[in-house]
Unconditional design. Sequence first.
Length: 355
Amino acid sequence: MSGNSKTPLTYAQAGVDIEAGNDLVKRIGPLAKSTTRPGADVDLGGFGGLFDLAACKFDDPVLVAANDGVGTKLKIAIEANKHDTVGIDLVAMCVNDLIVQGAEPLFFLDYFASGKLDVEAATNVIAGIAEGCRQANCALIGGETAEMPGMYAAGDYDLAGFSVGAVERNHILPTKDMAEGDVILGLASNGLHSNGFSLVRRLVEAESLAWDAPSPAAPSQSLAEDLLTPTRIYVRAVLAALKAKAPIKGLVHITGGGFQENLPRVLTDDLAAHIDLSAWKLPPIFQWVQKAGAVEQAELLRTFNCGIGMALVVPAKAAADVMAVLAKQGETVLPIGSLTRRQGDGVTFSGTLSA
């Protein structure tokens, strides 16, 4: 007669808490419902999220998809124990990529992964995602919470987002009629957004700054609050301009790679973008980065948005009208350059970034 003396092993003993996951789903249900829009009657728990495109009443829609993350900005949220804004960043990085192709964001899904699920932190993160979806009028129709012991250090988590939008086939941006002399308008950013944080975190370490210390760029805030200012979502303002038939030829989300890498993505090979760096003031957070790291101007422009979160290409004769429409939507908008005939680089600069 033989017996098995092994103690029965459970999934929880292996580090995965199914009950905690169920608790999280219960908490985020009302958050998802708060993002309901035409086409989405949000009810979490299915194997897939449903969306009724017909309810949006497009004539000849083309779907546009985007996915992104928040990068190492998450490390600041984790170390500062402030989780309520990075979800907004996650949505912003996706939906701002949709709107630049003229697409209206329709729905969003998230992926939240950790070594051990902290229900409170996860709820705060997803509350931020719901807030970002409300700002973009985009439905949170599902997602995935993965608990993976051994993959992440204690307290760490990672985020990824996926969004789908739609645009009428004959309204896809950029248009094909861009020309020399078209004006480039800039929409102001509200901080670092979600790029360059590996460099920023290195500067914070080099300067021996604490997350709860006053920010060197905005002393009325803590450093963490300043750095975690969520990425501005431009969807409602730009959609309003497009629906008002503003003659926008191209839109550019200024993210990783800055002006040099992003502006050429909407231009034909014979055109270049010329940017006048004296057209706007460099916001204090970028001044601090530049000074603290002795960061050269070209590097600053390639790594950060430097105060301009989105750029638009419009006909010169329509620039003032487009600016007025966007200003009415609450955007700070400035003429920052023009299209020129390309003779080398896709982006050229004049002037200097300054306070």
